[in-house]
Unconditional design. Sequence first.
Length: 135
Amino acid sequence: MSGFEYSALEATGRETRGVIEADTERHARSLLRERGLAPLTVESIRAAAVQSGRRERFSRPGLSRKGLALVTRQFATLVRAGLTIEEGLNVLIEQTESAGARTLSRQCGRACSKANPCRTVWPSFPTRSRRSTAP
């Protein structure tokens, strides 16, 4: 499955934006309609990164350093509470309001679910500062 950024109209006429995971753009539009939304635009996250000139691996839409710190603290709390890494990432995806945090959690979850040890996956998600790295 891939991630898609979307812009859609709610039944009230209010425009909403977000990220949805689907197999294809057509499937993403179908899922949005099932949620009662009228899709205006649906675009692959990868295509959006290329179109905006961002390199894909650095694209974290709307995720500031402060947002990244918050998501990291939330994730650490979930893992300390006894959730597995995969469960913790799924909770973040479901409950985080930030589209950038959801995208980062999905990307990390997909990479970790491919039977790669997380210590080898983490360095592939660059940060603005390389002061801290996974052990």
